[in-house]
Design a protein around this ligand. Structure first.
Ligand code: ASP
Length: 281
């Protein structure tokens, strides 16, 4: 992503490039290496937003498109819609010449084992609360959120954000999380900030996490840090949600806020200074 910006390209191109790298790595819960549903299928969600035009694209529940983020960008640039799902999304990807793969391409043994692990624990869960805890524990402990996302600001002051995920281990098939929801998993607006979320998607949808950060900056003149801290540490936490965001404002200030033990994250500023972290400061 940095190389793309250094060559003078746009934030949109940089975010797409960075997310593609992460999707292709089996280490993250997006593209290859994504988590499995309770039916042992892999269903991918992604979204993208351009802060300059407020145009956006999103894809939900695709099973054979190698790069869901590329598809989200194509939906943004080449269709009249914001969100496509399932078979219709795959067909659109094919029409646009994106790479289609066998669903087995996404499969990794590690994620299969995580699913078996969580299913075994589920068997011993006594009530609904217990089941909920098992559902989420598997994702936090095994992966500390493997959803991938990126936000970037280019030299023309344009912000873009993108997010891509396999969702949560053992999710029901057909379940759609926050990652493809504009305003929850992804948001970008040149006036305020760009945001990409990871965490327990249902809470991020109910909290409209990404848009709330932008709205607090716009309507309450809060700084990126203040708005992000309020949304994650105060509002999301009070609701019982867990997770975090990577975000950045129009001046290049960055924030990495999460209410869990860790969140894999990295940043690079305009001087090329790289920071990589997993746990709190
Ligand atoms: N937010 C994603 C979802 O709920 C999962 C994650 O970020 O780990 O689908």
């Amino acid at each position: 992503g940095y190389a793309v910006l250094a060559e003078g390209n746009t934030a949109v191109e940089a975010v797409e490039a960075a997310v593609v790298v992460l999707e292709n790595s089996p280490l993250f819960n997006a593209g290859k290496g994504a988590v499995l549903t309770s039916n042992e299928t892999i269903e991918l969600d992604a979204s993208f937003m351009d802060g300059k035009t407020l145009n956006a694209g999103a894809v939900a529940g695709v099973m054979n498109v190698k790069s869901p983020i590329e598809l989200a960008v194509k939906i943004m640039t080449d269709s009249d819609h914001v969100m496509l799902s399932g078979k219709g999304a795959s067909l659109f990807a094919k029409e646009k010449g994106l790479e289609i793969v066998d669903p087995a391409y996404f499969y990794t043994e590690r994620r299969f084992n995580s699913l078996q692990n969580i299913k075994n624990k589920e068997k011993t869960a006594v009530d609904q609360d217990d089941k909920k805890a098992v559902f989420y524990d598997a994702d936090i402990k095994n992966s500390k959120f493997g959803t991938v996302g990126c936000v970037a600001l280019d030299k023309n002051g344009n912000i873009a954000a993108g997010t891509s995920t396999g969702g949560m281990t053992n999710k029901r098939w057909g379940r759609i999380g926050d990652a493809p929801i504009i305003g929850s998993g992804t948001y970008a607006n040149n006036k305020t900030c760009g945001v990409s979320s990871t965490g327990w998607g249902e809470y991020f949808i109910r909290s409209q996490v990404a848009y709330d950060i932008s709205a607090q900056m716009e309507y309450q003149q809060k700084s990126l840090k203040e708005a992000t801290a309020d949304v994650i540490q105060n509002k999301l936490t009070k609701l019982g949600g867990t997770g975090g965001v990577v975000d950045l404002d129009k001046n290049g200030n960055m924030s990495f806020e999460f209410n869990t033990a860790g969140m894999y994250r990295a940043s690079m500023n305009d001087k090329g200074e790289l920071v990589v972290k997993i746990y709190k400061e």
